[in-house]
Design a protein around this ligand. Structure first.
Ligand code: PDD
Length: 278
């Protein structure tokens, strides 16, 4: 496969040549935000939602907005590299400083990186995945609503999950379930869908919003209210979702089987509805 092309600060160049200064504040202080956008059959899904969330994350951290159009750059990367389904990554940091200092120089130009990775088509044909998840304390900061690149707690949890034979880790704070390390989370009990309310403890997930919208269109009741670990373990189904996963069924959490411990009916239905309206 030819080498992927990345966009970095105004230039298109082979990924291995895309280099950033060690004085970049994303590198030094983790001052950066990101987005992952899914292109399906040549067109982006929920592009405007991703643009708005990126703008908000940048504003919340006081990072300047990029002047270039990330959607145009993404489209060019996809077209030029002949991709049909792709995962697009946007990464913006506060920029390159003059030295390591907590207070940044004024008027730094943000560092802007865009990469498109091809996604296999068969992932959609196969339907929703079934996964096993590990419960883990949510040790993240108190602004989980910002899509920050500071993902060390998420990575620590997911690495531990993988070492123990699980595919995802589910965070909880004092028995209240928040979300997955890289996924939104829903439980279903007696036909009612429930998810953590959209506050600073969870990411404003675009898939979460889409699942809620689709459920409402199909008259499935949705509650946005905190729930406990016990409520989750007693659910008929547990779903996780993200831009890249779309929807997956969690069949096991730690050593507890969820429902009948098999692939969920709701997950399959939602997956179908999702691609019908995409
Ligand atoms: N992760 N919660 C967290 C903590 C996430 O990192 C993500 C996405 C989600 C789902 O958000 P969305 O539906 O907007 O993709 C929820 C991305 C995909 C990642 O880190 O690669």
């Amino acid at each position: 496969m030819p080498q992927l092309i990345a966009y970095l600060n105004g230039s298109y160049l082979p990924l291995s040549q895309a280099k950033v200064s060690v004085l970049d504040r994303g590198f030094l202080f983790g001052e950066g935000v990101y987005e992952v956008v899914y292109h399906h059959a040549g067109k982006p899904i929920a592009m405007q939602d991703h643009e708005l969330r990126l703008k908000r994350s940048l504003d919340e951290l006081g990072i300047a907005q990029p002047t270039e159009s990330l959607s145009d750059i993404s489209q060019k990367l996809i077209t030029d590299q002949g991709m049909d389904n792709a995962k697009i990554y946007w990464h913006i940091t506060r920029g390159v400083d003059t030295t390591r200092q907590h207070i940044p120089e004024k008027n730094l130009k943000p560092t802007v990186l865009v990469i498109a990775w091809p996604e296999p088509d068969h992932a959609i044909a196969q339907g929703p995945e079934t996964i096993k998840a590990l419960l883990t304390p949510d040790i993240r900061w108190q602004r989980c609503d910002i899509k920050s690149t500071m993902l060390a707690p998420n990575c620590i949890a997911k690495i531990r999950a993988q070492q123990l034979g699980f595919q995802e880790a589910i965070f909880h704070r004092d028995q209240i379930v928040t979300e997955g390390t890289s996924t939104c989370l829903f439980i279903i009990k007696e036909g009612i869908l429930q998810t953590h309310p959209q506050d600073h403890w969870i990411l404003p997930s675009i898939t979460r919003k889409q699942i809620i919208q689709i459920a409402r269109e199909h008259q499935i009741p949705v509650i946005e209210k905190p729930f406990t670990i016990d409520q989750m373990l007693g659910a008929d189904e547990v779903l996780i979702g993200s831009t890249t996963t779309i929807i997956a069924t969690v069949t096991q959490i730690d050593d507890h089987l969820i429902g009948d411990g098999k692939s969920g009916t709701f997950a399959k239905q939602f997956f179908k509805w999702f691609f019908e309206q995409a």
